[in-house]
Ligand binder design. Structure first.
Ligand code: UD1
Length: 420
């Protein structure tokens, strides 16, 4: 099993460059097959999930060239409408290919997606919405979803919850309609805005991204050439902010967008961190003593992101008082709690509410990352602790953090990556 070995109790100091956003690049790669042409996508983070998306595109017949962080997708040669089980199971985002393949081929076959284990992660909103658009969708005993589409119906779809993935799938499936599709209660996350900007660059007619009402007017054709640069990863940036805070350091995040992190920054200010914000930079100066946060709960953007919950739990473990953090988005996003307790953290948990009693003394330990952000929270904690900790399950962390060991090393951390 691959792992990180960390010797903590070193304040992070210096500059670090934020990579392109994982949650943007995955839907944008899925969208890249729509133009039956060439897409040049820049600032692509080289993550294991990115590689799965590229493997899916290749399996569909696209030609892929990778040069550093630039990916060229040539979808003129697409010849297949099926995503095989092995690839679909590797990540949750594989489901976004359902909308794009359906729009391009008028048929799609894909399996139930895999991904981080955060409890039940149904795809009922996706399926219901695609059916309302006119798709015929059946599921066989082997979990294969078989979809076909003659013509997209002009319609209005109200999502029961502002689901990021369902919003993306509806947008992608509707690109070539000969009418208008309106999504109400659409997700407002910056990654939706990024995907829409990419599609607009390709020639799609979409308005309202970043609000709770998105309108897609169908176009008959997209441009055969398109270039796009992926936005910075706000969750990677937020994770580095928590790591800076927990180690009492001072770090400049380069290439970060502070506007995407206003809620996270506001909460970190409550802990005593001070910030200097510029257009593409965030300077975080952490205090010697972290103050607790009375109550913090996860909600869809622009509020506190579920993808930052675990890292904040780690930070609150060292605060001088009691904090309460509530998870509202996923039913079982708590796999980090038992591992943090192994370090000595005092956390009580009931109904997705974590009551954290901050303390100062922790013991270096061997722990296990069981999902991506929970894994980042364990690294965060280990960076604080005086002694050598081992974080097993590094493959989860590598799904979402590009070169995390090199970036942390450049900030003065002692961290090694051991490949299994
Ligand atoms: C995306 C992000 C993920 C983030 C999450 C919430 C990507 C690749 N992943 O995941 O990092 O944590 O948004 O911000 O962008 N739901 C249903 N039925 C559905 C779809 C969703 O019940 O058909 C529920 C989910 O179980 C969850 C909630 O809605 O409780 C939010 O899920 P959603 O916004 O769809 O998350 P993802 O798109 O999977």
């Amino acid at each position: 099993m691959s792992k990180y070995i960390i010797r903590g109790a070193r304040a992070l100091e210096g500059n670090v460059s934020i990579s392109g956003a994982k949650n943007s690049v995955l839907p944008i790669l899925a969208s890249s097959l729509l133009n039956s042409g060439i897409c040049v996508i820049k600032n692509v983070p080289m993550l294991s999930d990115t590689k799965v998306s590229l493997d899916i595109l290749k399996s569909l017949g696209c030609k892929i060239d990778v040069m550093g962080n630039t990916v060229v997708v040539d979808s003129r040669t697409l010849e297949n409408d099926k995503v095989c089980k092995d690839l679909a199971c590797k990540m949750r985002s594989s489901i976004i290919f359902l909308g794009s393949i359906l729009a391009r081929c008028k048929s799609a076959k894909i399996y139930e997606p895999g991904g981080c284990k955060l409890g039940k992660r149904p795809i009922d909103f996706h399926i219901k919405a695609l059916k309302k658009l006119g798709a015929i969708i059946e599921q066989d005993d082997d979990d294969m979803i078989v979809a076909s589409l003659e013509k997209i119906k002009s319609c209005e779809i109200s999502l029961p919850f502002a689901s990021v993935g369902a919003t993306q799938n509806i947008i992608l499936a509707s690109i070539f309609s000969d009418g208008k599709v309106v999504i109400k209660n659409s997700a407002k996350e910056p990654e939706i805005v990024d995907m829409v900007k990419f599609l607009r660059q390709m020639g799609a007619d979409i308005t309202g991204e970043g609000t709770d009402k998105i309108t897609i007017k169908g176009v008959s054709k997209l441009k055969e050439y398109c270039e796009y640069t992926i936005m910075p990863d706000r969750i990677e940036a937020g994770t580095f902010l928590c790591m800076t805070a927990i180690t009492g350091g001072k770090v400049l995040l380069e290439g970060a967008n502070p506007n995407h992190l206003l809620y996270v920054i506001k909460e970190l200010e409550k802990t005593g961190c001070s910030f200097l914000l510029k257009e593409n930079e965030i300077l975080c100066d952490a205090p010697k003593i972290i103050k607790p946060i009375k109550f913090l709960e996860t909600k869809p953007y622009p509020y506190f992101p579920t993808d930052m919950q675990a890292q904040f739990v780690s930070l609150m473990c060292i605060a001088n008082g009691e904090s309460i953090i509530k998870e509202n988005i996923f039913e079982a996003r708590n796999k980090h709690i038992s591992e943090l307790r192994k370090f000595g953290a005092d956390i009580k948990e009931k109904d997705n509410i974590f009551k954290i009693n901050g303390k100062k003394e922790f013991l270096a330990q061997e722990v296990e990352a069981k999902e991506l952000r929970g894994g980042a929270a364990l690294i965060t904690m280990a960076l604080y602790i005086d002694g050598q900790s081992t974080i097993n399950g590094a493959s989860y962390i590598r799904r979402g953090y590009e070169n995390i060991q090199d970036k942390l090393t450049s900030l003065g951390a002692d961290i090694k990556y051991i490949k299994s």
